[in-house]
Ligand binder design. Sequence first.
Ligand code: MN
Ligand code: MN
Length: 461
Amino acid sequence: MQDKKDKYQDLVYNKVNYYEVASQEEKKKIFDFAEGYKAFIDECKTERECSSFAIAEAKEKGFKEYHFGDKLKKGDKRYFVNRDKGVTFFKIGSRPLESEGLRIVVAHIDAPRLDIKQIPVYESDGFCYLKTHYYGGIKKYQWTTIPLSLHGVVVLNDGSKVNIRIGDKEDDPVFYISDLLPHLGANQMSGKASDLISGEQLNVIVGGIPQIDAKNDKIKINTLRMLKEMYGISETDFISAELSATPAMKARDVGFDRAFIGGYGQDDRSCAYPCAQAIFDVDNENTSICILVDKEEIGSEGNTGMKSKVYEDLIDEICYALNVNPRQVRGRSMCLSCDVTAGYDPNFSNVFEKRNSSIVSCGACMNKFTGSRGKSGSSDASAETVGKVRKIFGDNNIVWQTAELGKVDIGGGGTVAKFISQLNIDTVDLGVPVISMHSPYELISKADLYSLYRASLAFLK
Ligand code: MN
Ligand code: MN
């Protein structure tokens, strides 16, 4: 029986748990890598913070800022900043670009959150509130009764910028959205989960002490007075602000064996971090690019999302600077669109088709296609593209897996892959399986995080 199994082993596809096959040395690397990652997601709650954190690390590693029109040469390490909300790192390799093309990894650094409205401040019955407008797909009820922090920028009338980040340090205050007590919640609980709390009820408590000498709206006035003192802003300045309420919970190891990481924003920072580390570490012959992009959660729109022409322009400009034809280069380039996928959750097994689901700790997961129903909205990578990537992973002993999002008829989702493939670049999705995706506290496996780092490193090389 044993012999028979071994003899036919090559005939069958099996997923392997990375922890099970990793050496002691590799297990240590898996755990060490997670420490840097946790520090990153604790420090970075918005795309702006991710972008500046990554730039600071890149500068330490010798990357210099790039502007359109700059001259480039082999060996250059540069970064291009898009409106402080995205950053692209690139290294010019020694192999001929016109025949080899570019190796590109992309991840997004925005995450679902509650954006503060443009006229947000009001007072009611002992509370001062900020009104919010959610960003990205959320289950609204999950955002009540958790500590929230505020992150973002306020642009003043004179054009100067005020940075706000409050709620994540140990001695900071946090902010809070209420939910109904169960004693009075019978009606609420018998309704649809999507109506448990409405968008207009996601109002954040930010104050409660009145300004005694104010005529009316005393708590609001006191809150505005404090904002003026702390940040130099007044109510009107919220008009030109990008402020977000984000979960104020630190990333933590999960499990007695610390196999997992719980934390906010792991879609898609669990891919952004390994991708950035990969381009920092790669000793490459190919010319490689790592794009950390904004606005994926609302459809990759605008001039900071993946649909923006700036990314096509950037690739073209790099090619012009190296005296090669960008059309030729793009046609020979390959891209890993690194975005998280839905990890198989035994608690909710009915929405998954297990054979084609990503199993936690079995490595970074390739999605040949995303989309919904009949693959609608997916770029669907070609067999040839998947074949090339598969060979790279095989040659480099990467523990990885392949899957789709869930059962065919149940739902779906998309990534930036289709926008990159439109540039005539062969693109396939690869990402970390996430449990409780888009919730304020998502779960991933440290093994999968490290697998994505190794996979993107091998790919860029
Ligand atoms: Mn994502
Ligand atoms: Mn997402």
